[in-house]
Design a protein around this ligand. Structure first.
Ligand SMILES: Cc1ncc(COP(=O)(O)O)c(C=O)c1O
Length: 346
């Protein structure tokens, strides 16, 4: 007998984007925000008291729940703090799915979903998106215990109308988790569905719009019923005292957040135009990255040649994506270096 459960022996594990050690590289491969977090976060960090570290943290992070509830127009009972948005995915799959109770999601999408489903050894239904990455009609008819829709979707950067998600929520008998990790860069969100649908929960991340990928903080917005169920499943202290304090400072500084996001959106428009001018095929993005089709499909070669120049983007060698590069929106300087290198390579 091996040391691990059969499904763990069989599974490959998640492959995170490459994290180069050197800081002077152009790192556009993991959709971090290129700008620093709010000064209020750094001020809070500088004033951490020993007592905050000596004691266990608040198990539910009530200060963050209150701040996030106010920003989202819901009650604190509708919020659950998570150790990054990924923690919520893990909690939801553990809470809802097993061999009989399926997980369903449209593909292509975030490659962590199948890894977590293998870990839980649950029945998994991957349903290809319909044309233009719209919702496949079969998605509402699977009988799945948990359906995940990533919106805006990664890595396609595409958007599904909230009315279509509302119709899906009505049709489903199980939970609908809408992964809104990138919603800060989109024009709308599904938050209103939480009030209208008992089975809807949103995933939010502090890694993108709030520039806090290193902190590991995310949160759920859902009906009280769902949040109560998920609270039973989470690790008892899933968010630490520093993370609660810093994430609270970040979400309270909405003026900084909005300016940060507006800058990324402006940089995204310029980058999209410049990539198109170089002959790459770039659809409009609702996220902080773009998916760029490389002329002649030579995306893998372009990816390797960029890496040789210390410019890192993401390449997925899977059906439908193997001729494309996913490029995080960087600063004007970083984007300029990428474009200069692509000009040489292509
Ligand atoms: C689609 C999607 N969902 C969720 C996450 C989780 O984000 P985090 O755990 O950093 O909050 C990511 C991270 O890149 C993502 O791309």
């Amino acid at each position: 007998m091996g040391y691990f459960r059969d499904n763990v022996e069989r599974m490959a594990g998640y492959t995170p984007g490459f994290q180069p050690k050197a800081t002077e590289v152009v790192k556009l491969n993991t959709n971090e925000n290129p700008y620093p977090p709010s000064p209020a976060v750094m001020k809070t960090l500088a004033s951490v008291a020993p007592e905050q570290l000596r004691r266990y943290p608040d198990p539910v992070g009530q200060s963050f729940r209150q701040a996030a509830a106010q920003v989202s127009g819901v009650a604190p009972e509708n919020i659950m703090c998570c150790n990054g948005g990924d923690d919520l995915l893990s909690i939801a799959i553990r809470a809802c799915c097993d061999k009989q109770r399926a997980l369903a999601y449209p593909v292509p999408t975030y490659t962590l979903y199948p890894v977590l489903s293998s870990l839980e050894d649950c029945k998994t239904l991957e349903i290809p998106f319909a044309d233009g990455y719209s919702l496949p009609t079969e998605l509402g008819k699977t009988g799945a215990a948990l359906t995940i829709v990533c919106n805006p979707n990664a890595p396609t950067a595409t958007w599904i109308d909230i009315d279509d998600l509302a119709a899906l929520a009505n049709e489903l008998t199980g939970v609908l988790l809408i992964d809104e990790a990138y919603v800060d860069f989109a024009a709308d969100s599904a938050v209103r569905l939480v009030k209208e649908h008992d089975n809807v929960v949103l995933l939010r991340s502090m890694s993108k719009g709030y520039s806090l990928a290193g902190l590991r903080f995310g949160y759920a917005i859902g009906s009280e019923n769902l949040i109560e169920g998920f609270l039973k499943v989470k690790d008892s202290y899933n968010v630490d005292a520093l993370a609660i304090a810093l994430a609270t400072a970040a979400i309270e500084d909405q003026a900084y957040f909005q300016a940060n996001v507006a800058q990324v959106i402006a940089d995204r428009a310029t980058l999209t135009e410049q990539l198109r001018a170089l002959g790459l095929e770039v659809a409009d993005s609702c996220t902080n990255f773009v998916l760029a089709g490389v002329p002649n499909g030579s995306a893998e070669l372009a990816y390797e040649q960029l890496a040789q120049r210390d410019i890192y983007v993401r390449y997925f060698n899977v059906d439908g994506l193997s001729d494309k590069l996913r490029i995080s929106v960087g600063t004007a300087e970083q984007n300029g270096k990428l474009l200069a290198a692509l000009r040489e390579i292509l």
